[in-house]
Design a protein around this ligand. Structure first.
Ligand code: ATP
Ligand code: MG
Length: 288
C-alpha cells in the first residue's frame, strides 16, 4: 500500500455522509467513482483517497492508520476513546447527549438516577459522567431504538442523542440533563508522515474557507450619508466596509460581510437607520 494520498474515512451512509462529501467537494476536490456501491473514491486533483465506513469504525481505523483522518461525530470519538486528535470542528450534525425520563415522572435532580436502570448506546460516556457525579446507576447497553426502552419496561431512563427533541416527545419522554454536546469533527492519526501532514494542512485551509463562507454573507446597501457612521459600527466587514458615493446626492453604497448569527439583528437595525436596497449574497469561499 505504498501511496502518498491522505486517506480520509467518511461515513458510508447515514447522517454524516452527505455533508462530509459536500465539504470535500466544496473544498475543490473532484472525486472518482460516485455511486451506491462505493467503497473507495480517489481525488482527481488533490492527493486524497476516501474510504467509506460505518461511523462506529472510524476512530479505530484512524488510530490504526488504516485511514489518516476521518470525519465523524464527536460523540463517537468520546465513546470509542481511541488515541486520535481532533484536527477541526465542522459545525454540522450538531446534537447533544442527554438523559431523559418518562414525562409523567417527577424529576428532582441527578440523585433521581441513583439505583435506576438507564438504557443507552453510549455506555462509556454515561459511565464517566455518572462516576464524576458519584451517582450509582445501572447502565443497560442497547444498540438501537433506545427511546422505547422505558415504555417497554426495559429501563427507567435513557441516555441518547437529542437534537430537536421530537423523538423524545413522541415517546413521552422529557430531557432532564444535558451531559455533553457533539458536532462533526475531523480526527487525525497521531503519527502522520510530514508529507501527509502537509496535505492535511492544505485540506484544512480549504475547509476553513468553505466553513467561513457558509457562516458569512456579503451585503450591499444604500445608506443616507447622515447615518453612515452608525451603519459602519454595525458592519465591521473583514477590515472595514467599502463605501462609494451614489449618483444621488446625500447617499452612499456600502459593501460588507456579516456573520450569519448576527444577520437578522443587523438587518433590523439597518432598516431603522434608513438603509435601502439591501442585497444579501452568499459567499462561495472566504479566505481570512
Ligand atoms: P452507521 O451505520 O454508520 O453506524 P449510525 O446509525 O450509527 O450510522 P447515524 O444515525 O447516521 O449513525 O448518525 C451519525 C452521527 O450523526 C451520530 O454519531 C451523531 O454524531 C450525529 N447525529 C445523530 N443523530 C443526530 C440528530 N438527530 N441530529 C444531529 N446529529 C445527529
Ligand atoms: Mg454507528
Amino acid at each position: 500500500m505504498k501511496n502518498g494520498n491522505l486517506k480520509i474515512a467518511v461515513q458510508k451512509s447515514g447522517r454524516l455522509s452527505e455533508k462530509s462529501l459536500e465539504l470535500i467537494e466544496e473544498s475543490g476536490i473532484k472525486l472518482t467513482q460516485e455511486g451506491k456501491l462505493k467503497l473507495i473514491s480517489v481525488g482527481q486533483n488533490f492527493p486524497v483517497e476516501l474510504l467509506f465506513l460505518r461511523d462506529d469504525d472510524i476512530p479505530q481505523y484512524v488510530a490504526d492508520k488504516v485511514a489518516d483522518i476521518g470525519i465523524v461525530g464527536e460523540n463517537e470519538v468520546m465513546e470509542q476513546d481511541k488515541p486520535v486528535d481532533i484536527a477541526d470542528r465542522l459545525g454540522f450534525a450538531k446534537c447533544r447527549l442527554s438523559l431523559a425520563i418518562p414525562q409523567d415522572i417527577k424529576y428532582n435532580g441527578l440523585t433521581f438516577f441513583i439505583g435506576k436502570k438507564i438504557a443507552t448506546s453510549y455506555p462509556v460516556i454515561l459511565e464517566k459522567f455518572l462516576k464524576e457525579k458519584k451517582i450509582n446507576a445501572e447502565i443497560h447497553e442497547i444498540s438501537g431504538s433506545v427511546e422505547i426502552a422505558p415504555s417497554i419496561g426495559l429501563a427507567d431512563a435513557i441516555f441518547d442523542i437529542v437534537s430537536s427533541g421530537s423523538t423524545l416527545i413522541s415517546n413521552r419522554l422529557k430531557e432532564v440533563e444535558i451531559v455533553t454536546r457533539s458536532e462533526a469533527v475531523i480526527i487525525s492519526n497521531r503519527e502522520m508522515t510530514s508529507e501527509k501532514k502537509q496535505i492535511l494542512e492544505k485540506l484544512l485551509f480549504r475547509v476553513h474557507s468553505v466553513l467561513n463562507a457558509k457562516n458569512n454573507k456579503y451585503i450591499l446597501l444604500n445608506a443616507p450619508n447622515g447615518n453612515l457612521d452608525k451603519i459602519i459600527q454595525l458592519l465591521p466587514g473583514m477590515k472595514s466596509p467599502t463605501i462609494m458615493p451614489l449618483a444621488e446626492k446625500g447617499w452612499s453604497s456600502l459593501h460588507s460581510v456579516v456573520n450569519e448569527n448576527d444577520f437578522w439583528q443587523i438587518i433590523e437595525k439597518l432598516k431603522e437607520y434608513g438603509a435601502q436596497g439591501i442585497l444579501v449574497i452568499p459567499i462561495e469561499k472566504m479566505i481570512v
